[in-house]
Each structure stands twice: as C-alpha cells, then as structure tokens.
Design a protein. Structure first.
Length: 183
C-alpha cells in the first residue's frame, strides 16, 4: 500500500480466504413445517444485508429447524457474504445466527480481523462477481471463495485500519441521520 500508518513497515502477505477463515454455507428448513419456524435463532437472507452489521432477521428458526436442515449456527462476529444472485454484499453478525443457502459465511481465524476482511471484500466485490457462474442465477461456490487471494497485513495493522474505517463508518452514519432529519 502507498499510504500506511507511520508505525507499520512489515510487508503485507498474500493469503487465500480459506487460509484465514472457515467458510460455511447456509441452509433453509422445510418451509411447510411449522415447528421449524418462529423460534429464537436469527435466520438471514441476502435481501437483509443492507448495512455493515446485522442483528435481527425478518424470520427466525427453531432448534429443531436448525437440526433438520443444512443451516449452521454461526458465532457472533461472523462475516455474512452473499454468494447467490446478489454477490459480494457483506455484513457482520452481532449475535449468533444462521443464513439461507444464498451465503458463504466467514469465521475469521486469529490471523485476521473481521472488520478488515469485511471491508476488503467490499473493495474487491468485482473479484467475487467475476468468479461466479450459473445459468438461472449467478452463484460463487465455497471452494471458489476459499481460493480467492487476499493481501493482508499483520494483525496489529489490521486492528489499526479496522478502527480507522469504523470511525469513518460511524461518522457517515451520523451524517446520514442528520440528513434524514432535515429531509
């Protein structure tokens, strides 16, 4: 990078997303079985990814719905990445959740910060779109997501960059609230 915080000089490394994160697909419980729905587990669809963080989903599933489907319980801090039809949209889960099959979600390991990786994905969305394929609608597979290279600094530099980007996002949110008030 041409512009860096002054205290960092270490070279950035090229890794694959699959090396810095566990990538997990989503699933949908049978929609006609009432016992699978309206529980306590958040269940996101790609249309709900509209901001940097997500908390509450439009629909929820039950423990039984989780067990009887391919949906997986994702921990707080997971990056939800849309990979079907709408590709490359991201949000970080603020609590445990599940997703439908329109996602490949990333649980970053100790080498990466979720805010850094999430912002990197936003900046490199075209890379995901180019790798997608399909006749009815575009989709990018888990193995394809895992193989995407990411240029990544040390964890300390990621923290500094993430903190800076979060401050900018907070400022933008504040300005948007002010604009909405005046409109």
């Amino acid at each position: 990078p041409n512009l860096r915080f002054p205290s960092f000089e270490e070279e950035w490394k090229t890794k694959k997303l699959g090396e810095i994160a566990q990538i997990i697909g989503g699933g949908t419980p049978e929609t006609n079985i009432e016992e699978y729905w309206n529980g306590d587990i958040q269940w996101f669809t790609p249309t709900e990814v509209k901001s940097n963080f997500v908390t509450k989903s439009n629909r929820t599933i039950t423990e039984l719905g989780l067990k009887k489907s391919s949906a997986k319980l994702l921990p707080k801090g997971t990056i939800l990445l849309t990979t079907r039809a709408t590709i490359g949209e991201v949000a970080i889960a603020t609590q445990e959740c599940t997703t439908n099959q329109g996602f490949q979600s990333l649980i970053v390991n100790k080498e990466a910060k979720n805010i850094f990786v999430s912002n990197w994905i936003k900046q490199n969305k075209k890379e995901f779109i180019v790798r997608a394929n399909g006749s009815t609608f575009s989709e990018i597979s888990k193995s394809e997501v895992e193989s995407i290279p990411i240029f990544i600094p040390s964890i300390q530099e990621q923290e500094k960059i993430s903190s800076f980007l979060s401050l900018i996002d907070d400022r933008i949110a504040t300005q948007n609230k002010i604009l909405s008030h005046y409109q």
